[in-house]
Design a protein around this ligand. Structure first.
Ligand SMILES: [Zn+2]
Length: 272
């Protein structure tokens, strides 16, 4: 999946919607988290259009329908309103830290006779229902299942996002940042499995020890906010011979610490 101008490239499986109510850009270093949701709505298209309505005080970057079609509502450099009241590991208000992915799924279902009914009255066949205990609850309930293509597409989107935005280091469910208030994406979504897959592959890129050091091997070396040649400069260029502590590596770039932190092109650093 390609990201261009902070949008998944338009195509057969990606449409762009206009959602001009969201105008605030993320602060430097953000977003650092992807939040997974379910829509609890009738269809992906209807949820996407609803979230774009001017008067609706909610939005998201992405709505993924059950066939795997992606609706992008807002570019990834812009804050959306998907998290609401939220906190996790000492931080609150996750809209300003995160990309919101909404997946078309009815959520909790109630068994009525031999049918399973959503809060909005639509019924679902048994093949689309699973019984499971939510991570924040103790008794089992009925949940609308996700389609295979939805899970595959979510993984593809996360992969593309983490590649394009190296600031992203975590994937959380709405149920984890708004405990008690929210149940999405719920036990039908393999959140832990998806998250662990990405976090493990990310860790393999990290240096093995803390005292990984280097020296600037060219007369002057640009230090940037992000691991990209087009990213803003973080400070004046580093002088040749400057000692660096290497914190992280990504696609040939090194995150280093001197008096400040920033990213430098790895080939100009002599690693000890
Ligand atoms: Zn949610």
């Amino acid at each position: 999946m390609e990201i261009e101008d902070h949008l998944f490239k338009k195509g057969e499986s990606v449409s762009h919607l206009s959602c001009p109510k969201n105008t605030v850009k993320f602060a430097p270093g953000q977003p650092d988290t992807i939040i997974i949701h379910y829509t609890a709505g009738k269809s992906g298209e209807s949820s996407a259009k609803y979230l774009c309505r001017k008067k609706v005080k909610a939005s998201a970057h992405i709505v993924l329908d059950r066939s795997g079609h992606i609706y992008q509502l807002v570019p990834f450099d812009t804050v959306t309103w998907h998290a609401g009241k939220s906190s996790y590991e000492g931080r609150s208000g996750f809209n300003k830290f995160s990309i919101g992915i909404e997946i078309d799924n009815a959520g909790v279902l109630e068994k009525v006779g031999n049918k399973y009914k959503s809060w909005f009255g639509k019924t679902y066949p048994e093949e689309e229902v699973m019984q499971a205990v939510h991570r924040n609850e103790s008794a089992s309930r009925f949940w609308h299942t996700y389609t295979e293509v939805q899970i595959d597409k979510t993984i593809e989107m996360i992969e593309a996002l983490m590649d394009r935005y190296p600031t992203i280091t975590n994937i959380l469910g709405h149920e984890e940042i708004s405990k008690g208030r929210k149940q999405d994406p719920g036990p039908a979504f393999p959140l832990d499995k998806v998250r662990n897959g990405f976090l493990e592959s990310r860790e393999e890129e990290l240096p093995m020890s803390d005292d990984y050091e280097g020296i600037v091997d060219v007369p002057r070396l640009n230090i940037r906010e992000m691991p990209s040649g087009s990213a803003d400069l973080a400070a004046a260029p580093l002088e040749g011979g400057t000692k660096l502590k290497v914190l992280q590596q990504h696609n040939g770039w090194l995150k280093v610490e001197t008096k400040i932190e920033g990213w430098v092109a790895g080939q100009y650093v002599d690693i000890k």
